[in-house]
Structures are given as C-alpha cells and as structure tokens.
Design a protein around this ligand. Sequence first.
Ligand code: SF4
Length: 377
Amino acid sequence: MSTSSIYIHIPFCKTKCPYCDFASWANKENLIDRYCSALISEIGSKCEVYNTYLSSKDNQPSIETIFIGGGTPSLLHPNYYERILNELKKYFTIANDCEITLELNPGTAKKEYLSGYKSLGINRISIGAQSFNETILEILGRKHTVSETYEAIELIKECGFTNFNLDLIYAVPGMTKEIWLSTINTVLRLESTHISAYSLTIEPNTPFEYIYKDPKQLPSDDNSCDLYLELCTQLKNKDFNHYEVSNFAKNGFESKHNLNYWCGNTFYAFGVNAYRYLNGLRTSNTKELEAYIANPNIETIHDYPIDYNFEKIMLNSRLNQGFDINLLNTISKKSSLEITQTIKDLSNLGYLELLDNKIHLTDRGMFVNNEILLKLI
Ligand code: SF4
C-alpha cells in the first residue's frame, strides 16, 4: 500500500497582503459555499478516475497527512471541513495517526470553530503570525495585531491543540537585528512545536513590486543571511531541529506533510491552483477562482522533462538529511575530480559537510542552497 499526502486549498482571506502572490482573494466570501461544493465535486470525479487504477479497497492509498492551506482556512465554519473530509474518506484510507493541519490567521480565530476543527480530527494548527512587532506587521501590510496572535495561541491551546506551528517572515525593510531577536525570543516563550521562517521575497505583480522597485530599499543579502543565521543559532540552542531550509521543529514534531513533499512522495491536491504529484506526473488546476468553481476538473499537465535524480537532489538538499554524493555523478556536467574539488572548496568555506558519502548543507549553505547546487551541478 502506498503512503501519500493530500493538500486542500482554501483561497479566501479577509484582506490581501501586499507581498502575497498566492491564489487567495479578499471580499469573495459570498463564493465560499459554491467553492466548497466545487471542491467536493473535484474530489469525487478525480478520485473516481484515480480509483480505476486501484484493483481493490485494500489498495486504496493510505493518507499520512492532510494539509488545509490557503488563503485563510480558519475563516470557514467546521461544517465545510466535515463535508470535505467525508468526501475524502470515500476514496482514501486515512491513517489513524494522520497529521491533519489547518492554517489559521490571527484575527480570525473563533473558539467555536476551533473546537469543531478539533472534533473533526484536525490535530495541528499553523498560525500566520509573521512577526511579533507591530511596526513590522504594518510594513508587511498585515491587518492583525500582535495581541490577536497571542489570543489565537491561547484559544488553540484552550481547545486542546498542543501541536502548532508559527510562521515568521524576516528580511523585512526596517527590520533590525534587535527587532528580529525580540520576535525570536517571544516565539520561544510560546511553546510552539514548530517554527517556519521565510525571507520576504518581492513577487512580480504584487503591490510590493511597485513599492520596493529600488533594491536598495530592501535588506542586503548579507543582512538577511545574518538574520537567518541568528534564527538558526537561537532555535538550536532551544532544542529545535533545523530539519529543512525554512523549518525547525521540536523532536518528533517535524511536519510529516512537508517531509512527504520534500521526499518526492505522492501528493494529491484539490482546489483552485492546487498542484499535485501522482505517478511521476505533475498537474495543476486553474488559477482563476470563478473558472475553478465553474469547472473544477480541468487540469494542466506539466510535462517538462524531469530528471528523477536531479529532482531528488533539489528536494533532498533542502533537508538536513542531505543527499548522496553518487547522485551528483549521475547528473553533473563536471568530472568526479571537479566535483570532489568543488565539495572541498565549499566545505572549507563553511557551506557544506560531507559525511558518509552524503552532502549536508550547513545553515550558511542552506541560506544559498540553489547557488550551492548550481556550483555542484
Ligand atoms: S493572509 Fe496569507 S494567503 Fe491571505 S493574502 Fe495574506 S499572505 Fe496571502
């Protein structure tokens, strides 16, 4: 029996953050009901097709993780998730210890909803805290306050959620090392099991692209790297395992969903702009909300030639478990002598370590993992 993950996309938000290029929309709550019906219909019709490849119920894919992301899934009443999860159960065997995560944005947490999520089996909450400094939240254009994040954490704890993640953003214009350290210290007091931290990136076609036209308005790469390394040091001192470039977890609380993705396992995905990976094929749904609601079954096949070993290195290099040096030889244009020399040079510069034939990027190396791979490949 294969093990797999499911991603469910909920694209509704209270407001649109000016840096965000995700498939998410504000002021479209009137479409929630129709959207969920479309999503359920997509699950039904696509799974009928998937199941024609499965000979018996015993062969139904076992689902180890479900991630309900967005958007702001915490805007939706638990009834919607009850319908969605029930539909999934018709086609998949949900493992007893399935990790089921729901994303929540501060300012949207409601006790009644959280209790409902809990009774549906949702057992992990990912909170879009982003910062514990009001000025940084304002610069990011977030509409929530720091006290709303505290309230959300209190509420999820009251409702029995002990496994929760806090999302943070660093390298924000105006963010000093003191501000970042104070956010890290605050986070460490809040007893989350998991922390994800992303560097602010200016995405095309977002308001930030126009606001921050001049790169000088943004923190330099050196400054951003300093903030990242500071985070890595502080979290490691408090027993967080730095298991992926942007992810840190207390022992045993690494996100199984993330790991399944980075290990290249099967990924089902439903919802607008959802991307899946099934039988070596990547496909995605339309990015247009209304078009998705009108026909949730259309998908695009991404048939770019994937070199399996290349993909494996790309994904595994993000993890602290590293990747096999022999894989490099299969895809690199360099001779093995050149690869050995490059590894030695990068190791001397503190970007990687070679242990038992596996290449592990250091914290410094993880910050520039794409550049490191380009040098090796
Ligand atoms: S809350 Fe998240 S998904 Fe929604 S607009 Fe802001 S960053 Fe994007």
